[in-house]
Design a protein around this ligand. Structure first.
Ligand SMILES: Cc1cc2nc3c(=O)[nH]c(=O)nc-3n(C[C@H](O)[C@H](O)[C@H](O)COP(=O)(O)OP(=O)(O)OC[C@H]3O[C@@H](n4cnc5c(N)ncnc54)[C@H](O)[C@@H]3O)c2cc1C
Length: 390
């Protein structure tokens, strides 16, 4: 048996685990991160890559803006840019009700200091002539960005490693015990890790860890289907999202259009599967053509999804365990954890090393699930009718 000793053990090598390892190692902590597969291969590596600031849960803006500031200096932090580009994000409305919705999103963003452009049909046609003439209005945030999810988590993990963190891959944490103030983590490869603190960043698998300490959360595993088209000349700079939630897309400079089609589909974390039913490709392409008719005839060349944890109030769990001093949870990112990933890692490092963080995280306590939480309309619309994965 191999025994490792750490100040902080991290379960899960997704973006959250990797950034936590980075910020802790930067402050001279001995960190061991344990990943059941390979770093960045789950949700963190399969996502759409959007770093959207508009339209977020209002209580998340301080965290989200702090995180965006970290994205904006990613190259200085980890030595790699990972295709981070501040391309901006355009929210589109097709009727008066949708227009009210994007204006309400914009008002919240503006109250947190974000600059939003409010665009009518004439200006929209001038800047993006290929947009459907049925779009009645839009809001644009130039600070929103994208990055390549396939590159980011491994790059953050490499940076954490160069600061002294240990990364153990292909090794699953099966059991955790606490005696006094020390944790012992057992794994399926015989490695045992002793640590003073534990971060549960196990993504859609995190509830099994929390339950070992007598707490839980109603996590639902699912993912939005993703598609990439054949390349064609670069035309579309920002990320574009129909506010009815039917489609979001962006074009990368290599020419391919990446799109995500909604509603999401259920995933199977036990089997490690996130299937995309064939009909989803057709409905996503229809939704794309409605926004950008010029893309109607392009061909999809690859389809995938990922396994993400969703909670009924559509906000994550971030913060200390309610039962176990020294244990911290960060999971259930409900489809928006890529953007807040760096900020979450930084806040976790502050909670462990400074006893707290200045970033308000109260809404994200795991303790909220002691009573039934209010189910968000977004969750009901997609998840109430969701079929199990086939
Ligand atoms: C298809 C898709 C598109 C998305 N698009 C966006 C987007 O555009 N913008 C955005 O902000 N967010 C997006 N998201 C959400 C975002 O990807 C996630 O919120 C984020 O990556 C979550 O990171 P994580 O580290 O918590 O989880 P994960 O990346 O899932 O990492 C958790 C890790 O824990 C490991 N693990 C689990 N159990 C154990 C164990 N017992 N022992 C050891 N290791 C374990 C897993 O193998 C996994 O690698 C999208 C998600 C999906 C699925």
């Amino acid at each position: 048996m191999t025994r490792l000793s750490a100040d902080v053990a991290i379960i899960g090598g997704g973006l959250i685990g990797a950034w936590s390892a980075y910020f802790l190692a930067k402050r001279n902590q001995r960190v061991v991160l344990i990943e059941k597969g390979v770093v960045g291969a789950q949700s963190s590596g399969t996502n759409f890559g959007n770093l959207r600031l508009q339209g977020r849960f209002p209580g998340q803006y301080p965290l989200s803006l702090r995180s965006q500031a970290l994205w904006e200096e990613i190259e200085e932090l980890i030595g790699e840019r990972c295709e981070f580009e501040q391309t901006g994000h355009l929210y589109l409305a097709f009727d008066g009700t949708e227009h009210e919705k994007i204006e309400a999103y914009a008002a919240v963003s503006e109250s947190h200091g974000l600059a939003i452009e409010h665009l009518g049909p004439t200006e929209l046609r001038r800047r993006w002539p290929w947009l459907s003439h049925r779009v009645v209005g839009a809001t644009f945030s130039a600070r929103d960005a994208t990055a390549n999810p396939r590159l980011v988590t491994p790059a953050v993990a490499r940076a954490a490693k160069s600061l002294g963190a240990t990364m153990v891959e292909n090794c699953r944490v099966t059991e955790i015990r606490q005696a006094g103030s020390a944790f012992t983590l057992r794994t399926d490869t015989g490695i045992e890790v002793g640590a003073g603190y534990v971060i549960n960043a196990a993504g859609a698998w995190a509830v099994a860890i929390a339950e070992q300490f007598g707490e839980s959360a109603p996590l639902f595993p699912a993912g939005p289907p993703q598609f990439v088209t054949e390349p064609f000349p670069y035309l579309i700079e920002p990320s574009i999202q129909a506010v009815d939630g039917s489609v979001i897309f962006r074009q990368i400079p290599r020419g391919n259009v990446i799109l995500a089609g909604y509603p999401r589909t259920a995933a199977d974390p036990a089997a490690n599967r996130a299937p995309v039913p064939p009909g989803k490709t057709l409905s996503a392409m229809r939704a794309l053509a409605r926004v950008a008719p010029t893309l109607a005839s392009c061909h999809v060349i690859r389809v995938w999804s990922g396994i993400e944890g969703y909670l009924p109030d559509m906000i994550p769990v971030i913060g200390p365990s309610g039962t176990t001093p020294g244990l911290f949870h960060a999971f259930g990112f409900c489809g928006h954890g890529f953007q807040i990933g760096p900020g979450v890692g930084l806040c976790l490092s502050e909670m462990i090393l400074d006893g707290g963080t200045a970033t308000p995280l109260d809404p994200f306590s795991i303790g909220r699930f002691a009573q039934p939480v209010e189910v968000s309309a977004k969750f009901s619309a997609e998840f109430d009718t969701m079929e199990p994965p086939r």
